[in-house]
Write a protein that binds this ligand. Structure first.
Ligand SMILES: Nc1ncnc2c1ncn2[C@@H]1O[C@H](COP(=O)(O)OP(=O)(O)OP(=O)(O)O)[C@@H](O)[C@H]1O
Length: 334
């Protein structure tokens, strides 16, 4: 479906040349959900934007269904772009237009009749479960609803490829799940190939078939998601894998088996470096039992989680939980 050969993208910054994508080779099969994961600045956005030539590659080739899109002139490129939908982290909806008008927009560009447009938009609204928001403006929608509108708009012209540039990064975990399940439905029912850029391993684990790990502009590993978790080949892949809790740990912990409250803490950045647990034990009249957890380093950032049993009076436990929240620790009571 997509074949990327020796792709390089340089940016000229003042007198310097910055190579954002370096000699990337990648093959993505039809119907795959393919993830590209990497830390900030790895070159993910630049790579995906080269696929529809929102960025012009400096050298190399991108062939989509046998057509070398890097060699296309303006008019042919416009036709090919119809086959490629794209969604973004911040949705990129037209704020002055209603949900209906946003979804109708790409159909109007194709000069479809108003009857055709109305039928297609209504069909799409029902598909993304937003019929009741037809006349709402983007500012009146939640993040998840905005992304549903953006998805409906991206698939309005029935593309064969959907690109997602951090499409779930601005959403909370529950909304992320619902958007991922919509994307999965689109792949299954409409047969689209989906390429997703993300820095969230949870997204890769939930939905992708295969994944490429990007670092400093290069693809350093391509793996099936299953094998990535079983035996990551590179240190960066290992760090990504270790950075998310394995659900299995959580599943083993049944709150009914414990006398105290089961708490899951997840933390990022500086809070992971502080002796937070000993602070809680010193300041509050509770006992803490550590059940499972891990903390990893992703470049300069610490990420981690801990499953704990808090034993004590309810009031005291609640005070301790408020303290943790103030320390920017994400707290869940299981
Ligand atoms: N238009 C541009 N001009 C100059 N440099 C750029 C431009 N776009 C991106 N870069 C640089 O290219 C490198 C890769 O950026 P890119 O946005 O592709 O990374 P990324 O992996 O998507 O990161 P993030 O997750 O933070 O978006 C970075 O060093 C960035 O500063």
């Amino acid at each position: 479906m997509i074949q990327i050969e020796n792709l390089t993208k340089n940016f000229i910054v003042g007198e310097d040349t910055l190579t954002a994508v370096k000699e990337v080779n990648l093959k993505i099969e039809k119907g795959e959900i393919f993830g590209i994961i990497g830390l900030s600045g790895a070159g993910k956005s630049t790579l995906i934007r080269c696929v529809n030539r929102l960025e012009e590659p400096s050298s190399g080739k991108i062939v989509i269904d046998g057509i070398d899109i890097t060699g296309l002139g303006k008019e042919d490129l416009r036709k090919q772009r119809k086959e490629i939908g794209m969604i973004f982290q911040h949705f990129n909806l037209l704020s002055q237009k209603t949900v209906y008008e946003n979804i109708a927009f790409p159909l109007q560009l194709e000069r479809q009749s108003s009857e055709q447009i109305e039928n297609r938009v209504n069909e799409l609204l029902s598909y993304v479960e937003l019929t009741d928001k037809k006349y709402a403006y983007p500012s009146q929608l939640s993040g998840g609803q905005k992304q549903r509108v953006a998805i409906a708009r991206a698939i309005a012209n029935k593309p064969k490829l959907l690109l997602s540039d951090e499409g779930t990064s601005a959403l909370d975990p529950k909304t992320t799940k619902s958007i991922l399940s919509l994307l999965n439905k689109i792949r299954k029912e409409l047969g689209l190939t989906i390429v997703m850029i993300t820095h969230q391993m949870e997204v890769v684990k939930e939905i992708c078939d295969r994944v490429a790990i990007m670092e400093n502009g290069r693809i350093i590993e391509v793996n099936t998601v299953e094998n990535l978790f079983k035996s990551p080949q590179t240190k960066t892949a290992k760090n990504f894998v270790n950075a998310i809790p394995e659900n299995i740990d959580d599943e083993f912990i049944n709150p009914d088996d414990f006398q105290g409250k089961i708490i899951r803490l997840s933390y990022l950045g500086n809070s992971a470096k502080k002796p937070i647990i000993s602070e809680v034990m010193k300041n509050f009249d509770i006992n803490i039992n550590i059940l499972s957890g891990n903390i990893n380093k992703l470049q300069a950032t610490n990420v981690g989680y801990l499953m704990l049993e808090f034993i004590g009076e309810d009031d005291e436990i609640n005070r301790a939980l408020s303290y943790l929240k103030n320390e920017n620790v994400h707290v869940e009571v299981i």
